[in-house]
Design a protein around this ligand. Structure first.
Ligand SMILES: [Zn+2]
Ligand SMILES: [Zn+2]
Length: 418
């Protein structure tokens, strides 16, 4: 076991040097495969016993990527194998014993059919990752039921260059078509009513008179109405508006025309500003409170510039972020940068339900999990203190040209269900 290549005599030929380096590569590859095998076993144990939920991680893949510092795609591979450890005992044993690589077993775990462990364990002993991918693709896909004819395209756009119009052809199911027709007719009626009123109040003749609204005008009116509503609803391009009624004397709130909110839900909703809040005392509405806790567009830009993504270590989400008050505005927390951090909806909810704790100020934020341990963005990687796994060197797959016409794909055994 050499952790450093033994320097050869300066007279070594290039071929000797290469062989020496290849030997070391084989040894390290075997060890790395065995280590990956152990990592897979650890992840299978964490996943099987649901040990990841206290960490504030949104998925087991996210946990693997975070704790090991590997790319999300590679973390998916580890998790795919961990999920199917019991279905592919021979393939995973090959990984643990250093003979197969994580990527080889990953292709099998991600795509191969149930019951194919023996087939692929034999094949993986000689096949590269690319060859395994091809082999898995050659598996007959189960098609018990005759496939229904794919429906014809529902939305066809014809845009011929040089023409001054574009044609859409839209196919809607009956119920949706009825909705569209009702909305379209209502817009057409409204436009014609307006047009008639204008003509009566302001009779004009000839070229001055606007033409009677057409079905196309009604269609555009429908589109514009929908668009306007959407813009009004999401001025900051984020959450939809929720209307909440808050009792000014006691911490209690209810959704507009809806149920009473739990403490967690109330604090979560009121944290970000894009909900509309109405205060009331003794059942009487005393005004809409939209001032102190409103995160203005400008303030939001400041937060986006500072935080960039969800502030929970290891998260990295950038879409649909909420501005969270570290000291809740109900408790007198100010709406200013040092009391605000950006959280993804998942972590925002998790925090208000007590899954993670965030302690300010924002510049020195401390995030702890449900057990009170501080979360940091760093991976767990550190210099090893134990010797590497004692496994034989792994020279890698043969890399022979695959003779696919002689290859028999894995065929699931016929099912006997009588
Ligand atoms: Zn919050
Ligand atoms: Zn997050």
């Amino acid at each position: 076991m050499s952790s450093t290549a033994t320097p050869l005599a300066p007279t070594a030929t290039p071929a000797e040097r290469r062989d020496e380096l290849f030997d070391e590569l084989a040894e390290l590859t075997g060890q790395r495969n065995a280590i990956d095998g152990r990592i897979v076993d650890i992840i299978a144990e964490i996943d099987g016993d649901h040990l990841c939920y206290a960490t504030g991680c949104r998925s087991i893949s996210a946990l693997v990527a975070w704790k090991t510092g590997i790319a999300p795609r590679n973390a998916d591979t580890v998790v795919a194998i961990a999920h199917r450890v019991d279905e592919f005992p021979r393939c995973v044993a090959g990984l643990r014993e250093g003979r197969l690589s994580l990527d080889q077993v990953g292709v099998i775990a991600e795509h191969a059919a149930d019951g194919s462990d023996d087939h692929y364990a034999d094949l993986a002993a000689v096949a590269t990752v690319t060859q395994l991918r091809t082999a898995v693709k050659l598996e007959p896909r189960p098609d018990h039921a005759p496939k229904p004819e794919p429906p014809p395209p529902a939305f066809v756009k014809t845009d011929i260059p040089g023409e001054d119009h574009v044609t859409w052809k839209i196919r809607l199911p009956r119920a949706d078509a009825a909705t569209f027709e009702a909305a379209h007719q209502s817009h057409l009626d409204a436009l014609i009513t307006d047009w008639k009123r204008d003509r009566e109040n302001n009779p004009r003749t000839g070229d001055q008179a606007p033409p009677m609204p057409t079905t196309i005008d009604a269609f555009m009116s429908l589109v514009e109405a929908g668009w306007d509503t959407d813009v009004a609803r999401r001025p900051h391009g984020q959450r939809t508006t929720v209307v909440v009624h808050v009792d000014a004397d006691k911490p209690a709130a209810a959704l507009h025309l809806g149920p009473l909110l739990s403490d967690d839900e109330r604090r979560e909703l009121l944290c970000d500003a894009t909900c509309e809040v109405w205060f009331q005392r003794h059942g009487q509405t005393i005004g809409a409170g939209r001032t102190t806790r409103t995160v203005s567009r400008r303030l939001r830009r400041v937060l986006e510039h500072r935080d960039r993504c969800c502030v929970v270590p290891g998260c990295g989400a950038t879409r649909g972020l909420h501005a969270h008050h570290l000291v809740h505005w109900e408790d007198g927390g100010p709406t200013e940068p040092s009391n605000l951090v950006l959280l993804c909806p998942f972590h925002h909810r998790l925090h208000h339900r007590g899954g993670i704790t965030l302690t300010g100020p924002a510049e020195h934020l401390v995030v702890t999990d449900a057990d009170g341990r501080e979360l940091t963005g760093a991976s767990l990687a550190r210099p090893p203190t134990t010797p590497p796994p004692d496994v034989p060197p792994c020279p890698g797959p043969l890399g022979e040209r695959a003779q696919w016409w002689w290859y028999t794909p894995f065929e699931p055994p016929p099912t006997t269900d009588n």
